[in-house]
Design a binder for this molecule. Structure first.
Ligand SMILES: [Zn+2]
Ligand SMILES: [Zn+2]
Length: 118
């Protein structure tokens, strides 16, 4: 498997606003919860077709992570404090969502454009 989409470790301390993912190629992924929740790829957030849009979270419990559950060896399921938990984030999708300084230098950090489905 491509080491860029192989997850080695996930760090998400309770109450944290950012989750970190260590990828097998040595890249350290940075995922603010606002981004993770806003780009939830599930059908109830995004419908069944088209690209994935950023849906701005409207309350704090929407961006507080309750649980992270690996699904097979290809995805993580994220459960949020407001009860939402149908989003399956494939590792390929997560890799593209990385907000670290290297992946999103300078102004591109504020970009909330549409993303392709993975
Ligand atoms: Zn969703
Ligand atoms: Zn990155």
């Amino acid at each position: 498997m491509d080491p860029r989409v192989r997850c080695k470790a996930v760090r998400s301390p309770r109450g944290a606003k950012v989750t970190e993912i260590d990828w097998a190629d040595g890249h350290k992924g940075v995922y603010p919860h606002e981004i993770l929740r806003g780009y939830c790829p599930c059908a109830s957030c995004q419908g069944h077709s088209g690209s994935i849009s950023f849906i701005a979270p409207t309350s704090d419990i929407q961006t507080e992570l309750d649980q992270i559950e690996p699904v097979g060896n290809y995805a993580l399921r994220l459960q949020w404090f407001d009860g939402h938990g149908s989003g399956l984030y494939s590792y390929k999708y997560l890799r593209g969502l990385c907000q670290c300084e290297e992946c999103r230098p300078g102004e591109s950090k504020n970009d909330r454009g549409e993303l392709p489905r993975q």
